[in-house]
Design a protein around this ligand. Structure first.
Ligand SMILES: Nc1ncnc2c1ncn2[C@@H]1O[C@H](COP(=O)(O)OP(=O)(O)OP(=O)(O)O)[C@@H](O)[C@H]1O
Length: 231
């Protein structure tokens, strides 16, 4: 009873044609080259763009059904979204930013604690690090009790240590929340570490061959590098 998507959308350079499922409590990592349509897929699921044809269902709920004329607006889809450099309100503290999507102060504090930024609750976004801002963005997305979590390169601007911490947190959260999570990432290590399933795509289509080619290219490059390491 997870997420099921079957959709088509005409884009300037190709048609997006995707069939994708993601079970509750699982994370599907969407990988592929630049311009493959990964962010467009996320925007379609969020309701920020409209497919030309298809259906999107989450359990018994239908978000979108072209044939039946159903197109549930974004605010009613219960999506939690985090993308790179998520915009927080600069004049509000981190706690007030999170409270914007949840009136329950106890829950806001628990989320801030979970993501290790409880001590920064009263600080404004401009006075904390990029990693701390992304943690606040995750709290904001989760405070809404989302039915699905959509993450578009949420960690890509962060240093390796912060990325690794946040990945660990996300892995635990996905299991605990029991909701489907779609994660767009350029980082195949991240996809391998977090993905219960990997969904490679190129030019708007599912393309497992791209992943095999990329992995064998990377193997060749690392062998090539190994032969040239100074003694
Ligand atoms: N606002 C737009 N106007 C016109 N074309 C767009 C727009 N946004 C995306 N596209 C085109 O749609 C296609 C898919 O773009 P999309 O951003 O979904 O790819 P992506 O896989 O997320 O790329 P990246 O990894 O670089 O973020 C690309 O060919 C892109 O040029």
């Amino acid at each position: 009873m997870g997420l099921h998507i079957s959709l088509r959308k005409r884009l300037p350079h190709f048609d997006l044609r995707l069939d994708l499922g993601c079970a509750r409590g699982e994370l599907t990592a969407i990988v592929g080259p630049s311009g493959a349509g990964k962010s467009t897929l996320i925007r379609l699921v969020a309701g920020l763009e409209t497919p030309d044809w298809g259906r999107m269902e989450l359990g018994a709920r239908t978000f979108f059904d072209k044939a039946a004329g159903i197109d549930v607006p974004t605010r009613e889809r219960q999506v939690g979204m985090v993308f790179q450099d998520y915009p927080l309100f600069s004049h509000l503290s981190l706690a007030k930013n999170v409270a914007f999507s949840c009136a329950d102060q106890g829950k806001v504090n628990a989320l801030l604690a979970r993501f290790g930024i409880r001590h920064l609750a009263q600080r404004k976004p401009g006075t904390v690090s990029g990693g701390e801002r992304q943690r606040a963005a995750m709290c904001l997305a989760l405070a809404r009790d989302p039915a699905i979590l959509l993450l578009d390169e949420p960690f890509s601007a962060l240093d390796a240590l912060t990325r690794s911490d946040l990945r660990g947190e996300l892995r635990q959260l996905t299991r605990q929340l029991g909701i489907p999570v779609l994660l767009v990432t350029h980082d195949l290590h991240e996809a391998a570490e977090l993905g219960d399933a990997i969904f490679p795509m190129t030019d708007g289509r599912h393309d497992p061959q791209w992943l095999s080619d990329t992995l064998s290219g990377a193997r060749r490059a690392s062998q090539n590098l190994a032969t040239r390491v100074c003694a």
